[in-house]
Design a protein around this ligand. Sequence first.
Ligand code: SIN
Length: 501
Amino acid sequence: MSGAAAHDLIPAPRAVETRCYIGGEFVRGDAAPVVVVNPATDLPLAEIAGASPSLAARAADLNAHAAREMRALPILKRVELVRRLAAGVRNEAPHLAALLTAESGKPIVESRGEVEYAASFFDNAAAAAEMAAGELPASRTADRRVLVLREPVGATFAITPWNFPLAMIARKLAPALAAGCSQAVKPAEETPLSALAFARIFDRVVREVGAPTGAFSVVVGEPPQVAAAFITHPGTRKLTFTGSTEVGRVLAAQCAPRLLRTALELGGNAPFIVFADADIDRAADQAMLSKFRFMGQTCICANRFLLEASIAEEFLARLEARVKALAAAIGDPTLESTRMGPLINDAAIAKVERHVADAVARGARVRFGGTRARIAGLADRFHAPTILEGCDPTMACACEETFGPVVAAMTFRSEAEALAMANGVPYGLAGYVMTQDADRLLRVAEGLEFGVVGANDGAPSTAEAPFGGRKDSGLGKEGGGHGLDAYTELKYVSLRVRAGS
Ligand code: SIN
């Protein structure tokens, strides 16, 4: 494939699954269609008939039923299911990666990385489930035993985002299945195709293993209607959502009357702090990884660059050299050589433009980029990687998550000021610190009010780590052994034991 386009791998719309997957069957939806469009070309990829409220309610019933079957499935069977899903994803990596690129505009090289990232969640959940154990704490009295059992939460409902259409399903589903739960997924309207392609893999694997076929479903449709059907269903026990803080609040309010468990992975506004004692080249490399992954469209992408004043110019000069090289690799995301594709939709690029215009109007300077990048024959949705210098914390690019390829650089003069600036937003998902001073590295990592800290690391995501935010960035952790905990209830059984004669 090296140097060649991956067009051949992108299935024609007729080869794409266009039905929902409910109760172990592919079912044609009975409501308005969801039209999936390639953001790089504006060409339609597929039309998926959405689920009506009554079909979504039926899906919620079947999800609840499957949860009862999953609870009874022996742990070794669950582990086998999850392990085989990892293998199934890897076996279909070229197809899945091509679909991810077609529906999201993610450069093909990154899409391959996402497929492997997705598979790694299944590996990790299987390993965690094999090691999972209850507890038998020492009892205070001779006539009692304290048994702490781990039980599956039950039927769960996941709403997944367009920026990692496959990996975020894997991050939620793998521990759910391993813990003995069922999970129905409503994928983002922009990117349901890889979810449905994964459903095909699940359908084959679940039958080979002999596990409950309804343990995973994909329900495409109007988000509020599908969500309402699951949230109000008495069998649903948990909602897990990755998306915006605004939608997360609405969902949390809908879950409150039922006291439904929630895991909410919401927006971020990540600070990337570079101290004068950092290795500046290394910091610039890590900044590129953090800022430009999927064109800046991840919740943990660096949003605000906080630079110690004495090295700000040196850092930006080195970053600029790298950004220039990146700008030469914008284009068709199916090409091996492409490192930046289109943004997901018109609203996304409009937000980037608003942030750049606001910063400039308030005195920032465009050091590099700052405009759309027009690519012949492709949609007008590409934006040059951009460096803004002279930003301040009041600008839109610092108060809001840009979710695009913009470096918003500002300066600080002391460690205390850097921490105050970093923590001075309502969000708390990811933060980054670059320094070669080991004491400072730990001090600042501890001082950052964020759920994930990249310490000299611009790419901290990995399946074995607990991932999730604080403050307005949400509740709960997913991934790693703690990911399994999120799908487990503890039950205390008090056992009275009579003394022997
Ligand atoms: C996200 O953007 O929501 C997830 C990012 C990651 O897993 O690295």
